[in-house]
Write a protein that binds this ligand. Sequence first.
Ligand SMILES: CSC[C@H]1O[C@@H](n2cnc3c(O)ncnc32)[C@H](O)[C@@H]1O
Ligand code: ZN
Length: 445
Amino acid sequence: MHADLLLHPSWILPVDPTDSVLIEHSLAIADGRILALLPSAEAREQIEAERELDLPGHVLIPGLVNAHTHAPMTLMRGLADDLPLMTWLNEHIWPAERRWVDPDFVLAGTRLASLEMLRGGVTCFNDMYFFPAVTAQAVAEAGQRGVIGMIVLDFPSRFAESAEEYVARGLQLHDQYRDHPLIRIAFAPHSPYAVSDEPLARVRTLADELDVPIHVHLHETHDEVVQSLEAHGERPFARFDRLGLVGPGLVAIHMTQLEDGEIARLAETGANVVHCPESNLKLASGFCPVARLLEAGVNVAIGTDGAASNNDLNLLGEMRTAALLAKGVARSASAMPAAAALRMATLNGARAFGLDGEIGSLEPGKAADVVAVDLGDSHTQPIYNPVSQLVYAAGRHQVRQVWVAGRQLIRDGQPLTLDAAAVIAEARVWAERIAAGEGRVLGRG
Ligand SMILES: CSC[C@H]1O[C@@H](n2cnc3c(O)ncnc32)[C@H](O)[C@@H]1O
Ligand SMILES: [Zn+2]
């Protein structure tokens, strides 16, 4: 057999149905896809590779999938902290976005986000933000994978005047990326409180026609549910169900407020939930009942949310928070084992966007989105169990090598497709502009 690249790590966590831990196995890549996983002794004998890479002390995992973020908001990291959701949004973030967000902001912010995520082993992310064509362009240029949202809101922004215009601009984006190998387009109506029934019904019809997922903030806080009961006489999830939006294409972000009947309905319709534990904790939004959702058979993925409410895009850290929080919420130490957290951050994320045939696990035939994490650091020693070390002890600086579709994007921790110094300098220019406009003082950092 001929391969372009043959990797020899100490462990491979393929994220297969039995949560295997492969020791002394190798992974072969050819034409951007995984060719084989096999014992290293056999691989060295049977596979003729253009390049071989010994990775002693490293664990290979599938590329991480950040299932919900707002990439350009890296430029608003730390702009407004320690506030509840609606104060944070209405009094700080939305006014700042009205003032600052334009295509250049989105380009600089997405590049900063891509750099952060790639260095942390995130090979694919699902995004919702203004000027999504600019996000898509930046992600494609970085060689990363992205699911980019056709956003819909009732209110105007610099991007669009009306719900109809948001939809029209989204459809143009969908056309533009119809055949792109790395970019997928999904609908992303913001939330039940920012999008009215008519555009939601249109989104549902178009999503069915185009066969794309619908990604939405849903049941993020208790106040959202109360407000919906006052305005519509029903809970937001019931309203979405009435409008025909609840099904396998629904990707519901947050879901901190759930009744038993709603969990059953999510399970029976095959809808997906994205858990954003750190954003929910920081905004004090509530706790997603992840263990109950998993037990009911709901597909649950993990997202960071934006860098203005987290405040990082560290999915390795998010897995740890998700696993620890699930145990606390369920009062059960086995509520989310380490392997379940890894599955949620990889295969479940892929599945939420219909990408599980292509990415999310290390299987022959799938795209070679692969991450090597060095567990040789003092704080991940000794290694009784690499899954445990990865989820409970490792830091993202231990991500050393990253490939997307077989192309290396991070080598020895350094980006190959992004100029880190230029990306940081560009972000700094934006920070100076925003700080000056908002009457804030920046240090030299
Ligand atoms: C339509 S562009 C995305 C929009 O969402 C805002 N946003 C960021 N984080 C959250 C969150 O946790 N809940 C609701 N809305 C959020 C972002 O600032 C953009 O305006
Ligand atoms: Zn969000």
